[in-house]
Design a binder for this molecule. Structure first.
Ligand code: FEO
Length: 393
């Protein structure tokens, strides 16, 4: 059943509690929701974002169950199919409806969903659309997280629909967010995986929405925020430029030699007042690592040699770190080999776009010896000095 958000603003979304991985990449702890909204004006009715294709049938049925017999506009804030996937079916059900979106999203809808050009009304930034006693104002907001994204502001209700921005992979019974550690963790993981590469843009839109002083934020995943500052302040922190006094230690270790060095380094850092997070790159949950990347200032990656290069799991992590563009400033590598090869070269190359300050890596044949532990002491001291210089300690 649709849920009332306020007079003539309805939630028409669906919880996907069984979904365990998103984009075939990121494990989900709490499923996700695909939020669709209805704005019912005195003259026209608009659907704002639609549904993930898997749920199209259930979604369309809910219009009948809730007595919605007329849709005039389908607002597409974003072309990705978890929000736009049901547009073709919705157009079949309501043939009089027109899809309203920006030019970039229009092209995506035509190419990805074969929506006909004649069914699309292209709007520009700041343009308004009257529903009678409600007015939709479109705020084109490229980069959170596709070039086609926009927000829809419902003026008279002072509500903004932000699509993916400010969302969370999270299911709920009550559509309104109840702040909790669990919700914060889900929203942070979501930010890390989807928005972190666009942190600069996120900061800009956080300010835009703060300046609007909206009463509610309606994202397209996760609960609705009646207290906008809750999620806006979290985003201000996560998208900020400065990391925390935190070292991330992702590692993979075939015979424990690398793991022992990681443990030793973690202990030395702790003695210096620097917390660290160890992350097993084979057993771990990529979402946890992504979330840790939101805060870490230093990354020391430990890997065993496999054949003549790093373990594939290490490559996977370095690739993820390079594309998520975290705020880390410092990096290094430690590792162990049996008979030789290039353990760090290719990984350092992959991290080059992040322009990290690289501390001299430590490479050990087999087990670490006393001189290697001395190098780990030195690495811990260097990290301490650099964190102090950055004002983190
Ligand atoms: Fe939730 Fe970019 O789609």
């Amino acid at each position: 059943m649709f849920k009332k958000i306020k007079d003539n603003i309805l939630y028409a979304g669906i919880n996907d509690k069984d979904r365990v991985i998103f984009d075939e990449l990121i494990p989900l702890d709490n499923g996700t929701s695909y939020n669709s909204y209805l704005a019912i004006g005195s003259e026209k009715t608009a659907v704002i974002d639609t549904m993930y294709p898997k749920f199209t049938e259930e979604y369309l049925k809910s219009f009948d169950e809730n007595g919605i017999s007329k849709v005039d506009y389908i607002i597409a804030n974003h072309g990705e199919q978890d929000h736009s996937g049901s547009i073709p079916a919705l157009l079949e059900k309501f043939p009089e409806a027109v899809v309203v979106t920006n030019a970039v999203c229009a092209k995506n809808l035509q190419e990805m969903l074969l929506v006909s050009e004649e069914k699309i009304k292209i709007i520009t930034n700041g343009e308004e659309l009257s529903l009678g006693d409600k007015t939709l104002k479109f705020m084109i907001s490229p980069g959170v997280h596709w070039p086609d994204t926009m927000f829809t502001y419902i003026k008279e209700d002072n509500i903004i629909c932000t699509c993916d921005f400010l969302g969370a992979h999270y299911i709920f019974d009550d559509v309104f967010a109840v702040p909790s550690k669990e919700l914060e963790k889900s929203a942070k993981k979501y930010f890390a995986e989807i928005m972190m590469p666009f942190s600069t843009v996120c900061r800009k839109y956080v300010q835009t929405i703060k300046d609007l002083k909206v009463d509610m934020i309606l994202p397209s995943h996760g609960p609705i925020h009646k207290d906008p500052d809750y999620i806006l302040d979290l985003y201000s922190d996560w998208a900020g430029e400065k990391g925390k006094n935190l070292v991330l230690l992702p590692y993979v270790s075939m015979y424990k030699s690398t793991a022992e060095m990681i443990d030793y380094l973690a202990d030395k850092l702790k003695e210096k007042g620097i917390p660290s997070i160890k992350y097993d790159m084979v057993e771990g949950n990529l979402g946890d690592l992504a979330m840790a990347l939101v805060d870490g200032t230093t990354i020391v990656l430990g890997t065993s040699m496999v054949l003549a290069g790093p373990h594939p799991a290490a490559f996977n992590t370095v690739y993820l770190a390079s594309v998520l563009r975290p705020k880390a400033k410092i990096a290094s590598f430690i590792g162990s080999f049996g008979w030789g090869g290039d353990l760090f070269g290719k990984m350092a190359k992959m991290l080059e776009p992040l322009k990290l300050d690289i501390i001299e890596p430590i490479l050990v044949k087999g087990k670490a010896k006393s001189e290697d532990y001395a190098k780990l002491d030195k690495m811990a001291e260097e990290i301490y000095i650099k964190h102090k210089e950055l004002g983190l300690i």
